[in-house]
Design a protein around this ligand. Sequence first.
Ligand code: AMP
Length: 177
Amino acid sequence: MLSESLDQLRSAVRNVPDFPKPGILFKDITPVLADARLMNLAIDGMLEFFADQKVDKVVGIDARGFIFGALMAQRLGAGFVPVRKKGKLPWKTRGVDYSLEYGTNSVEMHVDALAPGERVVLADDLLATGGTADAALQLIRESGATLLGSVFFIELAFLEGRQKLSHGGSIHSLLTF
Ligand code: AMP
């Protein structure tokens, strides 16, 4: 993707200090979402990593991953599958617990959301410590689907989240901070 386009996307991401708690510099993507041209660039850029690969399903993580994942899926003519926080999905689920700085969290996917052998890409807005994405990747693996890789709109490289993604597939991010 053109470096000019990447610069435009990068400068549209708003930094919000001390949100949601002191010491966190929150990357606010709503200015990108609000601009159709920028959002097109973002989706184009995220899809480039999987150009020429057949993708059956895009898995998006609750909640901002739904936006990027669903738009990617539409462009690809692929289906979209949500990974949600525990207790939100109505049908039979499979879940994974993962640890946070303090305590644990759980994510779930419907048991029939992915079929063995389907070719799957994971999408989310941001890779921070990698705990959430790694749990989602585990769910994809357990389904028997073929994991092509993961793509993030933003990667916070200093948190080294990609080291935590232990379930294989390629790892890509459009913007690195
Ligand atoms: P993690 O499990 O640490 O990789 O965090 C994953 C999720 O937390 C991402 O999907 C983001 O939506 C959110 N998140 C974590 N840190 C930030 C941040 N600094 N700015 C915006 N979102 C964040």
